[in-house]
Design a binder for this molecule. Sequence first.
Ligand SMILES: O=C(O)CCC(=O)C(=O)O
Ligand SMILES: [Fe+2]
Length: 346
Amino acid sequence: MAARVESLASSGIQSIPKEYIRPQEELSSISDVFAEEKKHDGPQVPTIDLLDIQSDDPVVRERCREELKKAAEQWGVMHLVNHGIPDDLIERVKKAGEVFFTLPIEEKEKYANDQGSGKIQGYGSKLANNASGQLEWEDYFFHLVFPEDKRDLSIWPKTPSDYTAATSEYARLLRQLATKIMSSLSLGLGLEEGRLEKETGGLEEILLQMKINYYPKCPQPELALGVEAHTDVSALTFILHNMVPGLQLFYEGKWVTAKCVPNSIIMHIGDTIEILSNGKYKSILHRGLVNKERVRISWAVFCEPPKEKIILKPLPELVTEKEPAKFPPRTFAQHIHHKLFRKGEE
Ligand SMILES: O=C(O)CCC(=O)C(=O)O
Ligand SMILES: [Fe+2]
């Protein structure tokens, strides 16, 4: 069984095992996350107010959609405020995840995934996938949350008892939010409003996968990463966190630390929409720092196309002689495989 980062962290070690130490070239870019969060100079992740996204006043509505479009083009990541998901529901989702992770490791192990046998849902930690044996400073809980007929409720945390109700309702509302965002992004490309959602699989096929990232305190945070640098493969990703900083975005050649914005949801444009939009909307490189003072928890929900049913490629309307297709046609599964393979080559 994989060693849990939580057990390493609570063992009292003062130096971390070598598998968690980042390569030399990367170490110089890692610094104290609390100091980073205090910096107010330089570019900052945009905040988008969604209050008016469905306003009856077309001028007001357009202003809101234009802001969203600009953020998707320039950053591919943003803090969403007035997103329409009730704050008390979000508090319940966060409380439920926090309580689950407070359980003793032996209790959580009852939910362990088994990547070897293809059981990817459940409690887990990263397994080394190449010769370097590189690992990340986190444990997680991963499971499908929407659509309801594809969920396996038997593997969801039973403690606390509100976990299933809170998470189900959150997933249902996020799915509606995803529709609004994709509509607006479609119009921003000069397409019909239902287009991006349809090309991603529509109501039937788009999957929402929840990953609760649990980052224990780390005795040598300047040597490790909670999540290594990556872009999300999803269409959209929605992230909550426990107000401990950690997320960094690679923008204009520098790592920018995301501020903690109250009552916001962080949203990423993932590779799927980057590909469909022929690169007009960006899937930004990001990573997670850890620290020695506070446990960090984040709740990422990935909105994904089906693995095999759809071939992702730039929409024909967006491909011209002047702007040829930037991405070859691939299924979602092929896209993921291609990324993994390229990484092995690095
Ligand atoms: O913890 C975070 O803020 C980001 C996690 C992340 O990037 C991911 O789960 O894909
Ligand atoms: Fe991510």
